[in-house]
Unconditional design. Structure first.
Length: 92
């Protein structure tokens, strides 16, 4: 079963969908981090070296198993060759 089909099946449950929606911003951040590193052509080890940290810290960051500071996110972006900005959006 593909991930998309699994999500469709799971989202039929309104409680599952509501919890997923609560985490959407976190999922989007993780996707952005992975996209930056992939587009930069870097491994987790290379990013860790540029940030003067351990690969395990990068792995936890990319899995969403940490609550990173703004400074950590900036270092990650810079290690991948990106600038980081914060955009505000009015909620509906």
């Amino acid at each position: 079963m593909s991930l998309q089909k699994l999500k469709q099946r799971a989202f039929k449950n309104s409680d599952v969908k509501a919890e997923y929606d609560k985490l959407e911003a976190e999922f989007n951040l993780i996707d952005q981090l992975l996209s930056m590193r992939t587009k930069a052509g870097l491994t987790q080890e290379q990013v860790a070296e540029k940030m003067n940290t351990q690969k395990s810290n990068i792995s936890r960051l990319e899995r969403g198993n940490t609550n990173p500071s703004w400074a950590t996110l900036l270092k990650y972006a810079h290690a991948c060759g990106y600038e980081l900005s914060l955009k505000t959006q009015k909620r509906h």
